[in-house]
Design a protein around this ligand. Structure first.
Ligand SMILES: CC(=O)N[C@H]1[C@@H](OP(=O)(O)OP(=O)(O)OC[C@H]2O[C@@H](n3ccc(=O)[nH]c3=O)[C@H](O)[C@@H]2O)O[C@H](CO)[C@@H](O)[C@@H]1O[C@H](C)C(=O)N[C@@H](C)C(=O)N[C@H](CCC(=O)O)C(=O)O
Ligand SMILES: Nc1ncnc2c1ncn2[C@@H]1O[C@H](COP(=O)(O)OP(=O)(O)OP(=O)(O)O)[C@@H](O)[C@H]1O
Length: 506
């Protein structure tokens, strides 16, 4: 794979990104945004807080040319393209370098404050069955470009840098993959990681206050605006009509008159909603549920997925995720038998992992770590635990997502019977001080509050105290095998392993 200087000039000019081009007519044989990945005859994209030492490093590794922002001030004799927006230029040049692999993949993009990973795995599982294992995935947890172990990569971001994304897409195409399901974060649009990319189907699950703060979004309005950009870049969109800010979402989706279709889904309610597809719980317990899907109009009947489905993942919110995944994969041609099977077999690592014991009731290991997800989970547990108590072991991260703390407290205050306040990646902060901030919201006199900053001890105490009908939620860390403490990823047994160990000996 190569990119000529002439192609670069043309592609940047076409996108109105070019400010100045070098007097150079060579061929580049590699692209990189990190000096450590530079190989012989590479083009390096300069972004973020780039340091002089990185340039020296890149030169030693065979750097040939640079794409830089207007304020780049390091001196170099190499050919330099000055552009208006480096991440956007990187996306445009990366897709060309990898020969537009997205054109050979059906693409589903999924956004939402909560449920991206869960919905991605559900759609992936459905498409795997429908395509006989020819589907790729990009998620917070991992990227999968094929069916061999070497085609599985640990993810570092929810949505990868464009350069990595198009490289992985190319690998997926070369491995015979026909589709890719990917999480699209608000940061993906803010940082232009998907600039110029068109999705066959875009799913908008929900939006609630989150991700506002240092290195994220300056305001909620900016967060919403970035997320809504998925609606601008998808041929067909699927929107949860129960989502907050629905009016803005639908208005935004309707702006694109060339769009193939807008599909709405919603939980069936007494008022009779106007969604194309409605869904309703038929039966549910703490482990699984059966839900019914109704097609409310002619457009929806074209999908042909009305009927009853069993979902082997707990949580009523997962029914909505499942319906979104069903609609998206149906649009790509999946039939309802593949959906039915997928909903019985799909597992989402670290999300709603459930353990049951005769003596200590039900334990959920779950990634919930903000108001919306903890409230959804606790309300579900409360509604299904009948006479049992709902306990939660929870903390909040240090030096990150600080604005989540009152929301975590509010959700716990509304729906838990017992809370164990503990550590969750405290970093450079004192977990007890973080717990104080959560505790400010814990005003419900019926709520029992236990403070135990050692997370393993907190989980041990909670599970020991739980009776046969109780529900214990271990929130926030999913399958993480570390605690971030003072800048170090300190090894940690992981919540699921701890719960399994405790219940084995119970
Ligand atoms: C705000 C943001 O998107 N930051 C990302 C961005 O950082 P940056 O461009 O500022 O990079 P930097 O760390 O200042 O380094 C500058 C440049 O020097 C390069 N470098 C660095 C070291 C070296 O030896 N040589 C070298 O050339 C780096 O590759 C980079 O290109 O590029 C980095 C490399 O890809 C990312 O790790 C980093 O993500 C940060 C760590 C991050 O956590 N971002 C979060 C906010 C994020 O994007 N989250 C969303 C999910 C949100 C949600 O749940 O909805 C996501 O999509 O993951
Ligand atoms: N549709 C939903 N509405 C509310 N809460 C949800 C929904 N789906 C999942 N959750 C809760 O949010 C948690 C995280 O889910 P998931 O990882 O699928 O979301 P995500 O959007 O990928 O999250 P993040 O951006 O934090 O990685 C789940 O473990 C569950 O508790």
């Amino acid at each position: 794979m190569t990119l000529s200087a002439e192609q670069i000039n043309q592609l940047l000019a076409e996108q109105d990104l070019l400010i100045s081009a070098p007097d150079y007519d060579g061929q580049l044989e590699g692209l990189a945004y990190n000096s450590q990945k530079v190989t012989e005859n590479s083009l390096l994209f300069i972004k973020g807080r780039f340091k002089a030492a990185y340039l020296a490093d890149a030169l030693e590794r065979g750097l040939s040319a640079l794409v830089v922002p207007t304020d780049f001030d390091l001196s170099t004799d190499l050919p330099v393209w000055v552009v208006k927006d480096v991440p956007a230029a990187m996306s445009i040049l990366a897709m060309a370098f990898y020969d537009y692999p997205q054109d050979q993949l059906k693409l589903i993009g999924i956004t939402g404050t909560k449920g991206k990973t869960s919905t991605t795995y559900m759609a992936y599982e459905m498409l795997k069955l429908a395509t006989n294992d020819h589907v790729a995935l990009s998620s917070t947890l991992e990227v999968i470009t094929g069916n061999e172990p070497e085609n599985h990569y640990r993810a570092h971001l929810t949505t990868p840098e464009s350069l990595d994304l198009f490289a992985w897409m190319r690998e997926a195409v070369n491995n015979g993959m026909q589709a890719m399901v990917m999480e699209v974060s608000s940061q993906a649009y803010k940082m232009e990681r998907v600039f110029g990319l068109r999705f066959d189907v875009g799913i908008f699950l929900n939006i609630s206050p989150d991700h506002v703060g240092e290195n994220e979004h300056p305001t909620f309005a900016d967060y919403l605006e970035c997320k809504m950009q998925l609606l601008d870049h998808s041929d067909q969109v699927i929107i949860n009509a129960d989502s907050d800010h629905f009016v803005e979402l639908i208005e935004r989706a309707e702006l694109d008159h060339s769009r193939d279709a807008i599909w709405l889904y919603a939980r069936e309610d007494e008022d009779g909603n106007q969604a194309d597809l409605a869904y309703q719980t038929v039966s549910a317990d703490l482990r699984r549920s059966t839900f019914a899907v109704f097609e409310n109009n002619q457009q929806a009947r074209r999908l042909g997925i009305a009927g009853e489905y069993e979902l082997d993942i707990p949580g009523d919110f997962n029914q909505g995720n499942a319906v979104a995944a069903m609609m998206a994969t149906r649009i790509l041609g999946t039939d309802s038998s593949a959906m039915k099977e997928a909903l019985l077999t799909v597992k989402v690592p670290g999300r709603m992992e459930v353990l049951t014991s005769k003596t200590h009731g039900t334990v959920y290991v779950d990634y919930a770590h903000n108001y919306a997800s903890i409230a959804a989970l606790l309300n579900f547990a409360k509604a299904n635990s009948h006479e049992g108590q709902v306990q939660i072991v929870v903390g909040a991260t240090g030096n990150k997502g600080v604005s989540r703390r009152p929301g975590i407290g509010k959700a716990v205050n509304q729906a838990a019977d017992v809370v164990y306040l503990t550590a969750d990646d405290p970093q450079f902060e004192d977990p007890a001080v973080i717990a104080d901030e959560i505790q400010l919201e814990l005003t419900n006199p019926k709520l029992k509050i236990i403070r135990e900053m050692d997370r393993v001890t907190a989980i041990t105490k909670a599970i020991a105290a739980a009776g046969p009908t109780d529900v214990t939620v271990l929130a926030g860390k999913g399958m993480d095998e570390y605690q971030k403490i003072n800048g170090v990823d300190t090894p940690y047994e992981n919540d699921l392993a701890i719960a399994q160990r405790l219940l084995e000996n119970a």
